[in-house]
Ligand binder design. Structure first.
Ligand code: BGC
Length: 761
């Protein structure tokens, strides 16, 4: 084995040399510069300025006179958005713009599969091309800092390494298929409350090692062509005019050669934006239109700078071939090959948290199954604010169960609770106390009636599938959740069900962590099936009946209670009363009536709502719980299957490593059960005698390994020593902390099976 490890290390060293070159390798976009110089010479100043802002809601201009096509953007990140009025948000109501709904970010991340992330990107690009789009507004790769974050379901993970590997896969999949990505939201857009006003203050080390890492990986390794500047400020500067983020880090350090587009409505100035690195103001031209032309004519902005910003846009335009008008929108957006990809991702994403043997379901005696919970029939492709997918179809959990179980069980459905609903009016308008009281009374009556029905159905069944969780009204762009409790009184409902039937399997359709205290204690089995796309219900049913073994792993920690998680424990979140969101003006005048911006009571004023101080620094997610030695409900990386695995014999190819070496580790993994399944092996690094402070441990390698029953494999993982560097704030550079490290290999951050010490020197 040692010999094999040695050969592998040698191959990897060669690859790494390639990688090191790749780090210095220039973006493929630069090959177009020569041709672009000629084009720029031919363009008038006014034509150049036209490139730098929105022409329509999702289009920025080309130069018709010179045969340069407009740039067409589409949301992203989990399906191609429906076609809207050129200058508004109202749908055009087309028939053939129904797209495949791909599992959302946290589901994709739960697969722990960069290969599937690549396929996902391929699928997104194909459907973008069918619709004639050039740039996909995705992937969304901000770190999931707070469990309540409104867009946790869109983002990938709390861990920068897992996020990076997936962001690279997704980016390559898209760009290998003729569409540019737009990594969003750069940077530190890790909360939705006050996203349009908040100033994030974070140490540069945490910023680099945690929050920027996925962006860097997608730019440096996958040559991402587009980046979207976030709404918020970082270090006092709006992201769309942030010299440090855009010029210094993104362009100078990482070699980004493409275009930076503002988030929609996220531009705040003319001169600073253009100087500090923004290319395209979207969707209007308030700052980078006539005002910019004036600034150039007045000599405040040099034309050479305009040329450079235009050049960066034209590079992308040259790299991405525009789809001829007559070829776009000729067929239905959602096509079977993409639906298959959506199924493949969903099938590998479902996380089994608990199972006392009730799963997979035993259908031999045609059991009576009570399916209880509004999430069993709720679709999640749309809902809430922001991008959703008008999908061709979405298999709900109940439909999936019927598809797969057919007549092998008697399925009876009860709604159980009233699902949360989203309305713009509620988001921006505070209800009067009378209205609130009235609504609460109505809700109580409905809840009692729904509970009665559900308990009745449960009492007559052999088994209950409780299908609850959040929905897109609960998890939404523009606002964070207030807590992580299961909404709509689900805890009370499941307690009532448990009194009449103890055989409960709980399935949570959620994109973010929930408080599992109650459901865990009353359920014999517990799963998370995410906002899992067009094929989500079929994938779930396949797992429940045992056609496939569950194989997802948590991309985030599930805390015992919300207050345990870092930002809440440190008291730096929430930062005070929520202001109106960036889209507040979408609310019609009637809806807006009664909106008050006055602070209504003293205890609503916690502190400055517009400053987010990330005082936990790098201790995000499991880094916090591990370092502080605090218990969790389920650790990062956790997930069960229908089999068991044995780990043995951790070896490293050497005992001591220099700073340019690659640590190659190997161990034996065996499927010791009777069912085929995938194990996700995870390698963490714990520093024993470091010179600087570190989180207790950090994920540095992982692999998803399929194994047949009884099969064993030697698993090999590589950890370049350079990937263990830290950002040295004193010298403003990446630096080595060459110390003794303990390699910890296991099945989750909370289940380390093998350890080995090695030395860095
Ligand atoms: C969101 C972006 C999205 C854009 C265009 C913004 O509100 O933050 O993620 O791409 O709108 O729809």
């Amino acid at each position: 084995m040692i010999q094999r490890a040695f050969i592998r290390a040698a191959i990897f060293a060669l690859l790494l040399t390639g990688c090191a070159k790749q780090m210095k390798r220039q973006s493929a976009l630069l090959q177009y510069d020569k041709g672009i110089d000629g084009i720029i010479e031919e363009m008038t100043l006014a034509e150049k300025i036209e490139l730098l802002h929105g022409k329509h809601m999702f289009v920025s201009a080309g130069v018709e006179r010179l045969g340069i096509a407009d740039m067409k953007y589409t949301d992203g990140p989990f399906g191609i958005r429906e076609e809207m009025q050129p200058d508004g948000w109202a749908p055009l109501g087309w028939e053939n713009d129904k797209a495949t709904f791909f599992p959302t970010g946290s589901a994709l991340a739960a697969t722990w599969s960069p290969e599937l992330a690549y396929e996902y990107g391929v699928g997104m690009a194909r459907e973008a091309r069918l619709r004639g789009k050039d740039m996909l507004l995705g992937p969304a790769i901000n770190i999931q800092r707070i469990p309540t974050g409104g867009r946790t379901f869109e983002y990938l993970s709390e861990d920068p390494f897992l996020s990076s590997r997936l962001a690279v896969g997704y980016t390559r999949g898209v760009q290998d298929n003729g569409v540019a990505v737009c990594l969003k939201h750069y940077a530190l857009n890790s909360q939705e409350n006050n996203r349009g006003t908040v100033n994030v203050l974070v140490g540069e080390r945490a910023m680099r090692e945690i929050y920027l890492a996925p962006f860097k990986a997608a730019v440096v390794e996958a040559d991402a062509y587009g980046v979207m500047a976030a709404y918020n400020k970082v270090g006092g500067w709006w992201c769309a005019e942030n010299d440090l983020l855009l010029n210094k880090i993104l362009r100078d350090e990482w070699g980004f050669a493409g275009l930076v587009v503002s988030d929609w409505g996220g531009t705040h100035s003319t001169v600073n934006s253009i100087k500090n690195g923004l290319n395209v103001e979207m969707p209007g031209k308030r700052f980078l239109g006539p005002a910019l032309l004036d600034s150039v004519q007045a000599g405040v902005v040099a034309e050479e700078l305009i040329n450079q910003r235009a050049r960066e846009i034209l590079r992308v335009r040259m790299a991405i071939k525009a789809v001829p008008e007559e070829e776009a929108n000729r067929q239905m957006t959602s096509q079977p090959p993409q639906q298959k990809i959506a199924y493949a991702v969903a099938a590998k994403s479902i996380v089994l948290l608990k199972n006392d043997g009730l799963l997979p379901l035993d259908l031999a005696e045609k059991p009576a199954i009570a399916v209880i919970g509004a999430n069993a029939v709720q679709t999640v492709a749309l809902g809430g604010m922001g991008a959703g997918v008008k999908t061709l179809y979405e298999v709900t959990p109940l439909q999936g169960l019927k598809n797969r179980i057919k007549d092998k069980a008697d399925i009876v459905y009860a709604q159980g609770y009233e699902p949360a609903e989203f309305s713009f009016a509620d988001m921006f308008r505070r209800k009067t106390p009378e209205e609130l009281e009235q609504r609460a009374r109505e809700k109580q009556v409905t809840a009692q009636q729904l509970t009665r029905e559900a308990v009745q159905v449960a009492s007559e069944a052999d088994l209950v599938l409780f299908i609850g969780g959040n929905n897109r009204a609960v998890e939404t762009e523009g606002s964070d959740r207030k807590d992580i409790k299961l909404p709509s009184g689900q805890d009370d409902l499941i307690r009532a069900i448990a009194h009449v039937n103890p055989n409960i399997v709980t399935i949570l359709v959620s994109g973010a962590p929930n408080d599992l205290d109650v459901v865990k204690s009353v359920s014999r089995a517990l799963l998370i099936s995410w906002f899992n796309g067009t094929e989500g219900g079929n994938a779930l049913a396949d797992v429940l009946v045992g056609n496939i073994s569950p194989g997802g792993r948590l991309p985030f920690t599930i805390p015992l209670k919300l207050e345990d998680s870092p930002a809440f424990a440190m008291g730096n979140y929430p930062q005070g009363r929520k202001n109106a969101d960036i889209f507040a003006d979408l609310v019609s005048e009637t809806e807006a009536e009664g909106i008050s911006t006055e602070k209504t009571s003293a205890d609503e004023i916690y502190n400055d709502p517009n400053t987010a101080i990330y005082s936990e620094q790098s201790l995000v997610g499991y880094r916090w719980f591990d370092t502080k030695n605090r218990p969790v409900m389920y650790p990062f990386g956790y997930g069960l299957t229908y089999t068991t695995f044995a780990y043995a014999g951790l070896e490293s190819d050497k005992e001591k490593y220099g700073k340019d070496d690659v640590i190659t580790i190997s161990f034996e993994l065996k499927n010791t059960g009777s069912v085929a399944a995938d194990e996700v092996v995870q390698a963490y690094v714990h520093r024993k005698n470091p010179a600087v402070e570190w989180p207790y441990k950090e994920l540095k390698a992982f692999s998803r390994v399929p194994l047949q029953p009884g099969e064993s494999k030697v698993v090999t993982l590589d950890i370049p020593v350079q990937s263990l560097q830290y950002w040295n704030e004193n010298v403003q550079a990446w630096d080595d902390d060459l110390c003794t490290i303990e390699l910890q290999v296991g099945a989750s951050a909370g289940d380390i099976k093998l350890k080995k010490e090695i030395a860095l020197r």
